[in-house]
Each structure stands twice: as structure tokens, then as C-alpha cells.
Design a protein. Structure first.
Lengths: 490, 493
């Protein structure tokens, strides 16, 4: 099988998995086995594609040609490969986690949950391997629609309201801005293909490029750049595995990944630097970084705090893209990976606390570290990575982003990065610190730890895996670094 | 032998069927005759369009009387496509009607119903195929009379009032059209469209021609429900029997748009309509207002058929918007949307027909929680809704793509943005229903229903399949639409 067909297979496998899950609905054990198996097979396939891409190949596959000259095409380039590797490896871990969580939390409609979960991953692979703007747009929208049933999983009024916000913002920004930008690009250049160095140079003036860039950056609402960020906190009504994989990895990373991709392959970083069209957007990203951190401080609900932390961290990637220089792109690309592993660990821990101790508010978690040591130790590791401290992987992305800001001559942005790191110490580190060192709140039942113990075993294994990955990425960031260097220019 | 007479068969098939339907007393037999009529028309339409796409310009002298004395039928890419839409929808909806009509229409009237049904189809096909101005008026009246009767047979008593209102409005529109045609005849001495197109350029300065143009424009706009002449449409769609709504929503306004295109571009010519009279400046704001206000109004409707009716007025706005650009891309978009909107609205109204069959109401409260009881019907509604919104890989997206491209080509990027933003209004009104269907608590009546029978689901899903197929592979439709657009801008047919 050639690598192009493998790319198609990466989309088909989760879809087949969804069908299998549906067929095996009467036997939960078999159903979960099917989920895990598809996860494993998918990871194998993605690894296989990686081997080809690392060797310098560009696998292609044309699915269909809906409009003349506008094919539905898969092309695997290094940036997409990074995204596919992250999503593929974290899917299987999340499935493991979800098995423990969904059963421990006695969630209803679990079959429906696993089906749409698998479909969402299929769409994510489509986003990662999209060969042109049109294909990217299709899978981007499909991802929104396939995750809607997951966000509204609980079916309560609050979930429905959140679902409306979710769909409303994501669909309206993508249709209103992004699609307009795509069609406009097509009109200007006669193509919608991604090309190294961009397609717009020499075909559009500075004014048009500035407007187009804004349309793309705000139109890709999944990147949660303020003021189009409200959907992300709203989506936190979803079960925690969804928040973990989709709203810390797949969906939001699809957003920032698309922004990086458009910056590199549609505008071209040299062309952008030359025009200076992206400077004001750097500051929008910087403002989002700081403002979202400040909002995170005020949230006592752990998932809400993590959501705002995600908004802040996503803008690091946007910032990297808008810096439009080699170091900025490397930093942005690396941050997709590092933040994914760090944040998914944090979400896993939040879910574990919810399942094991039925606590959602940070102020209730005092002293909980003694009864759930593994969970809070993992939370600590994830926090290190998010802040960007050694020995966790997040160090690298912050390092390169800082370098990129200096290269662009934006010393102010370096200050923003510093302040943001300090802020995240304040709002994230406090959680494990209180859990370990504050005295526990008096137990209303008056005896021992109130029967609280660690989360179910599958979930605990998942938590340990991702937190170990945070360390591994510090020691061994090389495969990702090599991939991103292939697109970031000299 | 038969191939040579396809243009006549196109119209005579349904006409004969109309007469036969009324003569037989058995409802199933009269349905069979109607079905035969519809299939004949569809076969003829396919044959004609394939010949047109082969590069042939079809001219047919009816009864052997040569034009301009006799009536001439002419088919090019534009009306070839319209014929295919009308006849294709005709077959699917007739299939649907068998079961749906038995539930919604008084049993004794069913043969009459199919008589009117075939008359309506015959009239619509006739308008599309004829190359004679007066003949257009005649067929317009045939189809309208059929439609009035069909709407009045709705089970809700308000159907009578809405049919009557449509009768009044439709007759005003038809009188305007016949006055316009009369004025043109006085001025040029011919009724043949091709002859008119040849003689009019010499008379562009005449006030009579201008008045004729005005009458024709207003009359046709009434028939196609261009905002603000749309007031007859929502009630007519809402209270007609389900199958009838499916038929007229998918075909009759489309045919009226075709008449408009024929007169603007072929007869008067683009230099007169859009150059001298700058019609674009009038159509553009009307289209935008239609799209915006009617989408907003749709959001607040609680009867879902009525909601889709308002949505239709908005969608007609999109078609008119494409026309107002008077460019190849704009007209391609308009023609494409003519076809695509027929597919999506047909599918949506048929899905509602399934609901009507089982639940007996299409009020939003009656739809609550139906997602579990009628999964296939509701999946069809959702898919049709996505197409209406313009989600990629459905036909709705293809139309939007060309429409936005056309607007940007003219440098009207605010219009392009508005087209896309208004799609999100469609998201709102479709999603309201989807939410009720999948999250609502079923009412007592809805809780006991089962899935619609296969005889209703098959035609509904046939249209949904077409929505998806032509969304994934739009090469055929864009090719025909492009050819039609060039034919329109090229002047004489």
C-alpha cells in the first residue's frame, strides 16, 4: 500500500471503528475492545505514514472532484504529520481513560459517545491531511458537526445552551469569514492548493492581504482567539474525555494548526514579514494570552480554569504564526505538541477528581493530594509543561517562541511570554500545591477520607502515560523538531 | 421517429394523463396514470437535455405549422435544465403522493386531485419548453389553475383561504404578464420569442417597450414570489397537502424564474435590461432584503412548513442576486441554485410529509423527540437542512460557492460577506428544529408513532441522495449551468 492510500486509511479506520462500536453496542466489553483496537491500528498507520514523510516524501490521494479544478485531496506534509501524530497517539490513551471515566461516572448513551468520538478523530485526520483550502474547510466543518453530539452529551438544558454557543460561534465564523477568505483567495490566485512559500505573493496588494489574513485568523474560530473564544468554555459541559481530547487536542489544535498552515502555505512567511500585515494580529494574540490568563484566575471550577488556560495557550501558537519567521513557526509547531500532552494530562486529572471524589471546584480540593497522590502528582507534571519549566516538554516551545519574538524585533512580546508564564504559575500551580499542603476540609461524614481513593485503573494508567510523555518530550523532542524544521525555512 | 417528437411528448404526456385521471373512478388507477404521465415527461426531458448537451439546438414546429405563424418549441441548455428539474421532481413527488395523498385528501376527490396534479405538471413543462410568448401565458394559466385546486384540497380549512388568496395574486400576476405580451405584440407584430429578440433592438427607445418590460417584470416577479410580492406564498405552502407543497416548492417558482431569465436576457437582451435600464441596481437590494428579512422571519415560525416557505422566499433572493450580477458566474450561480434549491426544498418538504403522515401535524411542538421514533425521516430532514445551510459536500455549498465568487468578481465583497452571514441565519432556523427533534421530550402523540412507511421514505431519500451526489460531484450541474449562463448572455436562444 503506498503512503497516499495509507493517508486515506487513516481517515477510514476511525470511521470503521465507529461502525464496529455501533454493531457491538450490546456488549460493552467488546465495544471498548473495538475502540482500543481501532486506536492501536490508527496509531500504527500514522507511524507508517510518518516514516514516509520523514524520508522526504509527500503522500497524496485525490478523493473526488466536487467542483471543476477544486479536488477533495489529501496531501501529507510535515506540519500535518505532526498534528496527526499528536492526535493519533493521544486518541488511544484517551480511549483508555474514557473507559474508566464513563463507567466510573455511570454516563448514559455510551455507545453514541464512542461512535461520535471515533468520527471526530476521522475528521481530525482529514484536517491534518487536507491537501488544499477546500478540503481543509470541509473537514473543519465536519469536525464541528461530529463533536456537537459529544458536547451536548448530557442532554440537559445547560448542555443544549452550550451546544448552541458552540455551533453558533464555530459555524458563523467559519462560514462568514473563513469561507469568504477561501473563495477570495481562489478568485485572486486561481488556485486553492497549499504551496511552500505561499500562493498570494505578487497577486494581491498589501491592503487585501491584511484583510484576508484577518479573515483567516478570526474565521478559524477553533483557534479561540479573542473575541471569538466563548465556545471553548461553553464546551466544557461535555464529559471530561471529550474536553480532554477534543478541547485540548483535536478541535482546538485543528484551529491553530489551520492558522499555521495558512500562514506558511497560503501567505508565505517571507511575504508576510515583508508586508508587516501580521503585526497587529501578534498583539491580538498577546492580548488573548494575558486576558485569558487573568480570567482563568477568577474561575474556581477546575474545568473552566483549564478552558481559559487553553485559550491563553492557543494564542501562543497563533502568536508563533503571526511572528512569521523561522523561530516563530518552530515555536508554534512545537507548542501544538507540547501543549497537547500537558493539557490533556491536566484534563485527565480534573476528570479523575470528578469521578473519584465528585469534586469540581478548586476550593474543595484542599488536602485531596493525600488521598489521590498519583493524580495530583500528574497534575503537577502537566502544570510544569504548561508553564514551560524544565524538565517538561513545554520548555522547548516557549524557548523558540521567545527567540522568534526577538528575531521579529518585538521585545514587548518577550515580556508578554514572561508575564504569562508567571500568571500560569499562579493559577495552575496553586491546585496541586493546595491539594498536597493545605489541611483537608473537615469531612461532613466525620470519618477518614470519606471513601475517596484514586480514579479507576484504566484512567489512572492513561494519566501516568501522558505525564511521562511530558518528560519524554523534554528529553527527546527530536522527531517533532525535525518535522517542523522542514517547513519553517532556513 | 419518437425522438423527433420528444418536445411534443414532453407536454402531451402529462396533458393526456390529466384527462385520463379524471375519467377513471379508482384512486390507485388514476395514480398509476399520473405516474405514467410523469415518467413519460421525465424520459422526454432526459432525451431533450442530452441532445442539447450534444450541441444540438432543438426547434420543433408544433402541428407542423412553421414559425412565426405556428407555435414553436425551442430547447437550449437553460430550459433543458428546467425541464429536467420539473419532470424529475414530478416523478419523485408523484411516487410520494400515492401514500401521502390517501391520508391527507378526501378519498372521492383523489382522481380529481391527480387530474389537477397532471395539469399543473403539464403547465409547468409547457412554460419551460415553448418559444412563443402567448403560449407561455396559456401554460402559466394551466399550471396556476391546477395549483389553486391542489392547494384548496388541503385538509386544513385555512387551505381554502390561502388558495383563494393565491388565486387573486396569481391572476393579477398573470394579467400583468398578458398585458406585457400584448404590448410587445402591438409593437413588433410577433409572439415568437426569437423574432421578438430580433425586432426589439430597433425599438429600444419606444415607451411601449419600456411599459411592456415593466408589466412583464412585475407580473413574473409576483409568480416567483420576489420580495415584496411574496405574501401569497407562505400560506399556500403551509396549508397545501404535503405532496403538493413538495411539488410546487420545488418547481413552480423555478419555472417563474426561468420566464424572468428568458425575458430579461433572451427577449430584451442584456444590454437593454441591465445596460440601459440598470435592472441590476433594482434587483440587488430587493434580493438582499429578501434574503435577510425572510430568513429572520423564518426563525420565528412555529409551523415548520411555513418556516420552510419563508426560507424559500429567502432562497429565491439568492437566485435573483445571482441574476442581478448579469455575469457568467452570477448566472451560473442562479441556474445552479434553481436546480439545487429544487432538490433541497423538495427533500425537506417530503420529509415533513412523512411527519404529517404519522403525526398529523408539522408544528414544532409535534416534532419534539421524534428523532428516536422516526430516525430515517429525521435524518433526511437534517441532511436536507444541512444542504439548505450550504454545508460542503451538499448541493447548497456548490450554489453558495458560485454566488460568492460572482459577488467578489463584481468587487462587491460586502454582498459576498452578507451571503455567507445569512447562511448562519439558516443555521439558526434549521437548528431550532433539529434541537427539538433530537433533544425534545416527545409529546404523548409523538411517543406512540413509528417510522414512516418505505413508500414515503424511498422518494424522500432519493432526493437526499441527489443532494449529496450533486454536492460531491458537481461537474454535470456546473457544466449545464455554465452552458446555460453563456446561452443567456449570448442573446438569441
Amino acid at each position: 500500500m503506498n503512503p497516499g492510500e495509507l493517508a486515506l486509511l487513516a481517515l477510514v479506520i476511525p470511521a470503521v471503528g465507529a461502525v464496529l462500536v455501533g454493531l457491538l453496542r450490546s456488549s460493552p466489553n467488546l465495544r471498548e475492545a473495538a475502540s482500543l483496537t481501532t486506536g492501536g491500528v490508527l496509531l500504527g498507520v500514522v507511524m507508517q505514514i510518518h516514516r514516509a514523510v520523514a524520508a522526504g516524501e509527500t503522500p497524496r490521494f485525490v478523493l473526488a472532484e466536487p467542483l471543476p479544478g477544486i479536488p477533495l485531496e489529501l496531501v501529507v506534509e510535515p506540519l500535518g504529520m505532526i498534528f496527526a501524530l499528536v492526535a493519533g497517539s493521544l486518541w488511544i490513551v484517551t480511549t483508555l481513560y474514557a473507559i474508566g471515566y464513563m463507567r466510573g461516572h455511570h454516563e448514559k448513551n455510551q455507545t453514541r459517545f464512542y461512535i461520535f468520538f471515533a468520527l471526530a478523530i476521522s475528521c481530525t485526520m482529514g484536517v491534518a491531511f487536507a491537501g488544499n483550502l477546500f478540503t481543509l474547510f470541509i473537514f473543519y466543518e465536519a469536525l464541528t458537526l461530529s463533536t456537537f453530539p459529544l458536547v451536548t452529551h448530557a442532554g440537559t438544558d445547560a448542555a443544549k445552551r452550550a451546544g448552541r454557543v458552540y455551533l453558533g460561534i464555530l459555524l458563523s465564523t467559519s462560514i462568514g469569514f473563513q469561507l469568504l477568505a477561501i473563495i477570495w483567495t481562489y478568485l485572486l490566485t486561481g488556485t486553492i492548493d497549499f504551496e511552500m512559500g505561499g500562493i498570494l505573493e505578487g497577486r494581491a496588494g498589501a491592503g487585501v492581504v491584511a484583510v484576508l489574513l484577518a479573515l483567516y485568523v478570526f474565521g478559524i474560530g477553533k483557534a479561540a482567539l479573542m473575541p471569538f473564544h466563548r465556545w471553548l468554555p461553553a464546551a466544557m459541559v461535555a464529559p471530561t474525555p471529550v474536553s480532554a481530547l477534543l478541547h485540548a487536542v483535536a478541535v482546538v489544535k485543528a484551529g491553530v494548526f489551520s492558522i499555521l498552515k495558512v500562514t506558511i502555505y497560503v501567505f508565505g512567511i517571507d511575504f508576510l514579514t515583508q508586508l508587516g500585515a501580521s503585526v497587529w494580529l501578534m498583539w491580538v494574540a498577546a492580548a488573548t494570552i494575558i486576558l485569558a490568563s487573568l480570567v482563568a484566575f477568577r474561575k474556581d471550577n477546575l474545568k473552566a480554569r483549564l478552558a481559559y488556560s487553553t485559550i491563553s495557550q492557543l494564542s501562543y501558537v497563533v502568536l508563533g504564526a503571526m511572528l512569521a519567521n523561522t523561530m516563530g513557526i518552530i515555536g508554534g509547531g512545537m507548542h501544538i505538541v507540547m501543549h497537547a500532552f500537558g493539557k490533556i494530562t491536566l484534563f485527565f486529572c480534573a476528570g479523575a477528581v470528578m469521578v473519584a471524589a465528585h469534586k469540581t471546584e478548586i476550593s474543595d480540593m484542599k488536602g485531596l493530594g493525600r488521598t489521590m497522590p498519583v493524580t495530583f502528582a500528574a497534575f503537577f507534571v502537566g502544570t510544569l509543561s504548561i508553564i514551560g519549566l524544565p524538565p517538561a516538554g513545554g520548555t522547548w516551545s516557549k524557548w523558540f517562541l521567545g527567540l522568534g519574538a526577538l528575531d521579529a524585533g518585538q521585545v514587548g512580546l518577550v515580556a508578554v511570554l514572561m508575564v504569562s508564564s508567571l500568571l500560569s504559575i499562579g493559577y495552575l500551580m496553586i491546585v496541586p500545591v493546595r491539594a498536597f499542603f493545605s489541611p483537608a476540609a473537615p469531612n461532613p461524614h466525620g470519618h477518614g477520607n470519606g471513601g475517596i481513593h484514586e480514579a479507576p485503573l484504566p484512567s489512572l494508567i492513561a494519566i501516568v502515560i501522558t505525564s511521562l510523555c511530558c518528560f519524554a518530550l523534554f528529553a527527546y523532542p527530536d522527531p517533532f523538531f525535525r518535522l517542523i524544521s522542514m517547513v519553517a525555512g532556513p | 421517429m419518437i425522438a423527433a417528437h420528444l418536445p411534443a411528448i414532453q407536454v402531451l404526456g402529462p396533458l393526456l394523463a390529466a384527462a385520463l385521471c379524471v375519467l377513471v373512478p379508482w384512486k390507485r388507477v388514476s395514480w398509476g396514470i399520473a405516474m405514467a404521465g410523469a415518467v413519460t415527461a421525465f424520459g422526454a426531458a432526459v432525451g431533450l437535455l442530452s441532445r442539447v448537451l450534444g450541441g444540438e439546438d432543438i426547434r420543433y414546429a408544433l402541428g407542423g405549422w412553421a414559425a412565426p405563424w405556428g407555435i414553436e418549441y425551442r430547447v437550449d441548455a437553460v430550459n433543458g435544465l428546467v425541464l429536467l428539474i420539473v419532470a424529475g421532481i414530478g416523478v419523485v413527488v408523484t411516487l410520494f403522493a400515492l401514500t401521502s395523498v390517501e391520508r391527507e385528501v378526501d378519498e372521492r376527490r383523489i382522481p380529481l386531485f391527480y387530474g389537477a396534479w397532471m395539469l399543473c405538471l403539464c403547465g409547468l413543462l409547457g412554460i419551460a419548453i415553448t418559444g412563443d410568448a402567448f403560449n407561455i401565458f396559456v401554460f402559466l394559466e394551466i399550471s396556476s389553475l391546477g395549483t389553486y385546486a391542489l392547494i384548496a384540497m388541503g385538509s386544513d380549512r385555512r387551505a381554502l383561504v390561502s388558495a383563494f388568496r393565491y388565486l387573486i395574486m396569481g391572476s393579477i400576476g398573470a394579467s400583468f404578464i398578458v398585458i406585457g405580451i400584448g404590448l410587445l405584440y402591438v409593437e413588433t407584430g410577433t409572439l415568437n420569442l426569437a423574432d421578438l429578440a430580433e425586432r426589439l433592438p430597433a425599438l429600444y427607445g419606444e415607451r411601449t417597450v419600456l411599459v411592456a418590460f415593466a408589466f412583464l417584470t412585475v407580473g413574473t416577479s409576483l409568480k416567483l414570489a420576489l420580495f415584496p410580492l411574496h405574501v401569497w406564498l407562505p400560506d399556500a405552502y403551509a396549508f397545501a397537502p404535503s405532496a403538493v407543497t413538495g411539488l410546487i416548492a420545488a418547481t413552480s417558482t423555478k419555472v417563474a424564474v426561468y420566464v424572468l431569465l428568458r425575458f430579461f436576457f433572451t427577449v430584451f437582451g442584456v444590454t437593454y435590461s441591465f445596460g440601459e435600464l440598470s435592472l441590476g441596481m433594482w434587483l440587488l437590494p430587493l434580493a438582499l432584503v429578501a434574503i435577510f428579512t425572510m430568513s429572520l422571519v423564518a426563525i420565528f415560525q412555529r409551523n415548520i412548513k411555513r418556516m420552510l416557505a419563508y426560507s424559500s422566499v429567502a432562497q429565491i433572493g439568492y437566485i435573483i442576486l445571482g441574476i442581478s450580477f448579469a455575469s457568467v458566474t452570477g448566472l451560473t450561480a442562479a441556474t445552479l441554485h434553481l436546480f439545487n434549491h429544487a432538490l433541497m426544498k423538495g427533500a425537506l418538504f417530503l420529509a415533513l410529509g412523512c411527519v404529517m403522515y404519522r403525526v398529523g401535524s408539522v408544528h414544532i411542538d409535534a416534532l419534539r423527540g421524534l428523532g428516536r421514533r422516526m430516525p430515517w425521516t429525521m435524518a433526511a430532514f437534517t441532511a436536507g437542512g444541512l444542504s439548505l445551510i450550504g454545508v460542503p459536500l451538499t448541493v447548497g455549498f456548490v450554489s453558495k460557492w458560485y454566488l460568492v465568487l460572482g459577488a467578489l468578481e463584481q468587487g462587491m465583497w460586502p454582498v459576498a460577506a452578507l451571503v455567507l452571514v445569512t447562511s448562519t441565519l439558516a443555521v439558526v432556523y434549521i437548528w431550532r428544529v433539529v434541537e427539538a427533534v433530537y433533544f425534545g421530550e416527545p409529546s404523548a402523540r409523538a411517543d406512540s408513532v413509528s417510522e414512516a412507511p418505505l413508500r414515503l421514505l424511498v422518494p424522500t431519500w432519493a432526493l437526499i441522495a441527489a443532494n449529496l451526489y450533486f454536492g460531491i460531484d458537481a461537474s454535470l450541474t456546473t457544466n449545464v449551468a455554465g452552458q446555460a449562463a453563456r446561452a443567456l448572455l449570448g442573446g438569441a436562444p
